[in-house]
Design a protein around this ligand. Structure first.
Ligand code: CP
Ligand code: NVA
Length: 315
């Protein structure tokens, strides 16, 4: 059983992750069985940043579950004119059954959860992107013949020590995977998130490695993962980051240094020719569009788990 909110994968037990991803597989295999799972329920989707996949997959997912989703741009609601997040959370709790939020500051999502009585789902903050990383491990489970076949495998993240890196670090020990993160100097992951992953990995008997050498990270890896070098909110740093990240492009040569069965994943949007070569993003090892599709199935499972009546009758 998950807690009220989904803010960070670190908050979930390994068994909660595995139950959630099993539910996602059921949702994917037989979507009609869940067609009324959230009938009469509403999800508010609060966005401070742009989105294609998150917005569309949550909105379509909610529709497919029999519910309704409301797109709320922070610019257009009173939050953008200074209404406190605590009041926004209290008011939304009187109208809707759940909130998915994409924000700049991670604290904003924490505040929404603290001041609202309804489930809050983190749809990406500057620090974390848990829905994406859960989807990524679900996708790897599909590639390698089941979640239980991930144990002992390695995922290598090459690039910026950003929200994706943090959530992938959190997820790996939950599914029994070893994880290596290669970043340029000065762009490392944050210590607090790394420490959380290290503690979970120690308990799970898996490993966490950080390096400045992409080749060392990908050695033996079953998955090579990257993300943009300048995330949303870092647009002004884009030029300097292009220089700092030289040598960190995931190209055919780097993929060849991974395990022979390695697949390539990217949360998207991608910048071909920067963090990933087009030949890799669009090549035979790439699973980026299956991965994008799986956002829909995994998030439907998250919403059923957090917002469904099954939960109320269990508690
Ligand atoms: N991967 C992801 O979250 O994509 P969007 O920014 O398009 O939602
Ligand atoms: N790190 C990227 C992920 C986008 C899905 C960003 O935050 O912009």
């Amino acid at each position: 059983m998950m807690s009220k909110d989904l803010i960070s994968i670190h908050d979930l037990s390994a068994s909660a992750v595995s139950a959630l991803l099993d539910l996602a597989a059921e949702v994917k295999a037989d979507p009609r069985r869940f067609a009324t799972a959230l009938s009469g329920k509403s999800l508010a989707m609060l966005f401070e940043k742009s989105s294609t996949r998150t917005r569309v997959s949550f909105e379509v997912g909610m529709f497919q579950l029999g519910g309704q989703a409301l797109f709320l741009s922070a610019r257009d609601i009173q939050l953008g004119r200074g209404e406190p997040i605590s009041d926004t959370a209290a008011v939304l709790s009187r109208y809707v059954d759940g909130v998915m939020a994409r924000t700049f500051a991670h604290q904003t999502v924490l505040d929404l959860a603290a001041h609202g009585s309804i489930p809050v789902i983190n749809g990406l903050t500057d620090d974390l992107h848990p829905c994406q990383a859960l989807t990524d491990y679900f996708s790897l489970g599909e590639v390698f013949g089941g979640l239980d076949r991930l144990a002992g495998r390695k995922i290598a993240y090459v690039g910026d020590g950003n929200n994706m890196a943090h959530s992938l670090l959190h997820g790996a020990p939950k599914v029994g995977m070893n994880v290596a993160v290669a970043t340029p100097k000065g762009y490392e992951v944050q210590d607090a998130y790394l420490d959380n992953a290290r503690r979970d990995a120690e308990a799970a008997g898996t490993s966490v490695e950080t390096t400045h050498d992409p080749r060392a990270a990908v050695a033996g890896a079953s998955c090579v993962y990257t993300d943009v070098w300048a995330s949303m909110g870092q647009e002004e740093e884009a030029e300097e980051r292009l220089k700092a990240f030289e040598g960190f492009t995931v190209d055919a040569e780097l993929m060849a240094a991974a395990a022979p069965e390695a697949v390539f994943l990217h949360c998207l949007p991608a910048h071909r020719g920067e963090e990933v070569a087009a030949a890799v993003a669009d090549g035979p090892q790439s699973r980026i569009f299956d991965q994008a599709e799986n956002r829909l199935h995994v998030q439907k499972a998250i919403m059923v788990e957090l917002m469904g009546d099954r939960r109320r009758s269990d508690s």
